[in-house]
Design a protein around this ligand. Structure first.
Ligand SMILES: Cc1ncc(COP(=O)(O)O)c(C=O)c1O
Length: 413
């Protein structure tokens, strides 16, 4: 904040968006290289989504879901559950953002086990360098020292694991204390765009089945086409017990989130009020009709444009080609990590070693890229490219070109 409020700091004020571009108050145009913090899906100002929001706003902008429902919320629940195999994730709970979607899954899982007479299941297993949001429960799952170090043992009790070996090493007593395992499937975002080994998600699903521990998938970043399929879990034919969706749910237009779960979990919450099975969790704007209308329009555009079937395979392959080319020509590229249209380019010192984080090279490169028409944020020295799915091949070339020019300016070979 010191640097932000410094008199010489001139913040970039964004005033308009169009497709993969954002415009600032001075009329400069930039490619939205991180899809406005991983939210935007079909581009800014996508007409169908804008109209859906406008039409819904004229009808009903908001009404409580405490004892009521609304048409878009009901239709969206049906559409979302329809994205998964029949009789699996059939129940939907709305919240506001990725953090609360995760928080809701944690609370539901904990209460489920209490009501089933297994109140000793109070811990969650989460992974090293995980990021699941900022509310206290979600943050306590986090494994990134910079973000989560200060929290220490506050929040929910968590068992940190580095990978499947750590799960296999748990004693049966330790397993019996687990309410669930939480993971960002296929790829960890905030950790620096880090991929899990192929097959790991399927193995984790089997482990959770074997031990009757809930598998909670955080698809807040990976959901809605980013990995090349609508949801990352489809790559390994995995269906979890809970899935958290947010960010791209509304195409990146409005804050809305959903936690999907199974009939098994839902049924445990049924009963006479005196049994105290109520799930006391709900926010003022849960199931907001504008967000739900936007989310329905977002899903409709996926179908209309055949985004998963026809658009993404080519776009993803194009990005892969460009990044491989760059890595092949430039010793300063330490590693390229890509999953679908999520990519991280880690910059090193030219000899394969990592850079000194104190120099904030990644941040300086991303700042320099603005002059070349690209907005993105790094994670330490990993440059992130996670554009809207509608980005064209030529725009991808421009985005990669902007990073390459910026790298040349900031790090001399
Ligand atoms: C994997 C993952 N989970 C949860 C969150 C938190 O989402 P939100 O910022 O909408 O609360 C994020 C945000 O970046 C995320 O990447």
């Amino acid at each position: 904040m010191r640097d932000w409020v410094a008199p010489e700091h001139d913040p970039l004020v964004l005033v308009r968006g169009e497709g993969a571009y954002l415009m600032d108050a001075q009329g400069n145009r930039y490619l939205d290289g991180n899809a406005s913090i991983w939210t935007n899906i079909h581009g800014h100002g996508r007409a169908e989504i804008v109209s859906a929001i406008q039409e819904q706003a004229a009808k009903l902008a908001h009404a409580s879901m405490l004892g009521f429902t609304n048409e878009p919320a009901a239709a969206l629940a049906e559409a979302l559950t329809g994205c998964f195999p029949p009789e699996t994730l059939t129940k939907v709970f709305y919240t506001d953002d990725g953090s609360t979607a995760i928080e809701c899954a944690l609370r539901m899982a904990l209460q489920y086990w209490q009501m089933e007479g297994e109140g000793g299941r109070t811990r969650f297993l989460a992974f090293d360098r995980a990021y699941h949001g900022d509310t206290l429960g979600a943050a306590s799952l986090g494994g990134i020292p910079t973000f989560h170090g200060r929290l220490g043992n506050l929040g929910v009790p968590v068992v940190q694991a580095t990978g499947m070996e750590a799960l296999h090493a748990l004693s049966s007593g330790e397993v019996k204390q687990l309410a669930g395992v939480v993971i960002e499937p296929l790829i960890q975002g905030a950790a620096g765009i880090r991929l899990w080994p192929p097959g790991m998600l399927g193995e984790l699903r089997d482990w959770c089945h074997r031990h009757d521990v809930f598998l909670i998938l955080d698809e807040v970043m990976t959901g809605f086409g980013r990995t090349g399929k609508l949801f990352a879990c489809e790559h390994e034919d995995v269906v979890p017990d809970f899935i958290a969706l947010a960010k791209g749910l509304t195409g990146g237009t409005l804050p809305l989130a959903a936690t999907l779960t199974t009939k098994r979990v839902f049924d445990a919450f049924l009963g006479d009020p005196a049994e105290h099975r109520t799930f006391y969790y709900g926010h003022s704007y849960c199931g907001n009709p504008l967000g739900c209308a936007a989310a329905l329009a977002n899903l409709a555009v996926f179908e209309k444009d055949r985004v998963i079937e026809e658009v993404l395979p080519e776009t993803i392959a194009h990005l892969k080609g460009r990044l491989e080319e760059w890595a092949g020509e430039d010793r300063r590229v330490r590693e390229v990590r890509q999953c679908g249209l999520i990519a991280g380019v880690e910059i090193g010192d030219g000899s394969g070693a990592v850079l000194d984080a104190a120099n904030r090279t990644g941040a300086r490169i991303c700042l320099a890229a603005r002059k070349h028409g690209l907005l993105t944020r790094p994670i330490n020295d990993t440059l992130v490219l996670m554009p809207p799915l509608c980005i064209t091949a030529a725009q991808l070339d421009d985005a990669v070109g902007a990073l390459r020019k910026a790298l040349d300016e900031v790090v001399t070979d």
